[in-house]
Design a protein around this ligand. Structure first.
Ligand code: IPM
Ligand code: MG
Length: 372
């Protein structure tokens, strides 16, 4: 298969983790005789520094010409505490989601057997957790009308949804549930918000089309607690933009590190794959950023194009790296010298020689790749 992939590394640790993901894609292309080509674009704070615009036209153009987009991370601490900044790196990410019509964001939350003791939660509580969060990504309070009064003392953001926006993601979430444990939980705040009541009405209206899916509802405040106490009760969670943002980050506690969570952002025409973590500026260029979220985003990309064996091999490589403790310090208390690049090298080597893991391990551990 031929795939043109737009690569937007972004800021902070984005470039380091994305480099490992590209490495993995190249290894897959070699092993399975695919042709993957890559074209880089600027986005976020680095784009502001170079062009004054967090999402230059050229970047949009590169993405629209590509089959898929691989996204790193954006953000820079220099903007975080400056509420007066008119131009912000995040506008780059929100802009690309909107430009490409990426209305569905899919975030898998899987408790890996080998990492159960990395979570601050109890093992028996989180074991076997496997949740898919369907987060609406181009509507709600993120994109509604904003207002700041002349005197700067009053402000508002609007959460607005229409039937169409809810229906299209709800159908995808129901379909995903059909191929899993057939349970869909709509998370909202329908006891207070009119927009949430619309979500319930629309989801109830289409539910009869999926009679084999058990639909239930949960208020966001209660879901925030249930997710931690009884995560195994969830199969597919469907929710609006901001609730999904918060809930998915909370869910990283179950998995052990936010550096493990991948996502796919899908629209009718385009698709983008991105770790759910941010730019983590403080960790940039230290070799400590966990590349696994970005590498697992590559697995989701491969799945998206029906390259299931390829995706499975990438996931196997990740599993192996976790089993052998070839992981960055956020997960590692066994070895202290495993860098971002070494994790990428190991998974690359695994893809090239899945049978020779022990050799890979020794070489990677000594800091030498088996590739000459
Ligand atoms: C995410 C991030 C983004 C979001 C930020 C960086 C704008 O937190 O993808 O979860 O809020 O959607
Ligand atoms: Mg977030």
């Amino acid at each position: 298969m031929k795939l043109n992939i737009a690569v937007l590394p972004g800021d902070g640790i984005g470039p380091e983790v994305t480099a490992q993901a590209v490495k993995v894609l190249k290894a897959i292309a070699m092993e399975f005789n695919h042709i993957f080509t890559f074209k880089k674009g600027l986005v976020g704070a680095c784009a502001i520094d170079k062009t004054g615009n967090p999402l230059p036209e050229e970047t949009i153009d590169i993405c629209k010409k590509a089959d898929a987009v691989l996204f790193g991370a954006i953000g820079d601490t220099k903007y975080d505490n400056d509420p007066n900044a008119k131009i912000r790196p995040e506008q780059g990410l929100l802009g690309i989601r909107q430009e490409l019509g990426l209305y569905t964001n899919i975030r898998p939350i899987i408790a890996y057997e080998d990492l159960l003791n990395k979570s601050s939660l109890k093992v028996k509580q989180i074991k076997d957790t496997n949740i898919l969060i369907y987060r609406e990504l181009t509507g709600g309070i993120y994109f509604g009308k904003r207002y700041l009064s002349e005197d700067g003392n009053t402000a508002s953001d609007t959460c607005e949804y229409n039937r169409f926006e809810i229906e299209r993601i709800a159908h995808l979430a129901f379909k995903a549930a059909q191929s899993r444990k057939r349970k869909l939980t709509l998370v909202d705040k329908a006891n207070v918000l009119e927009s949430s009541r619309l979500w319930r009405r629309v989801v109830q209206d289409i539910a009869p089309q999926y009679p084999n899916v058990k639909l239930d509802y949960m208020y966001i405040d209660n879901a925030a607690m249930e997710l931690i106490i009884r995560p195994r009760q969830f199969d597919v969670i469907l929710t609006e933009n901001m609730f999904g943002d918060i809930l998915s980050e909370e869910a990283s506690v179950i998995v052990g590190s936010i550096g493990l969570l991948a996502s796919a952002s899908i629209g009718d025409k385009y698709a983008m794959f991105e770790p759910i973590h941010g730019a983590y500026t403080k960790a940039a260029n230290k070799g400590i950023a966990n590349p696994i979220a970005s590498i697992l985003s590559v697995a989701m990309l491969l799945d998206h194009f029906g390259l299931y064996d390829e995706a499975a091999l990438v996931r196997e490589g990740v599993d192996k790296s976790l089993k052998l403790h070839i992981t960055t310090p956020d997960l590692n208390n066994k070895y202290d010298n495993i860098s971002t690049t070494k994790v990428g090298d190991f998974i690359e080597d695994f893809i090239q020689n899945p049978e020779e893991t022990n050799l890979n391990f020794t070489n990677i551990h000594l800091g030498q790749s088996t590739i000459i």
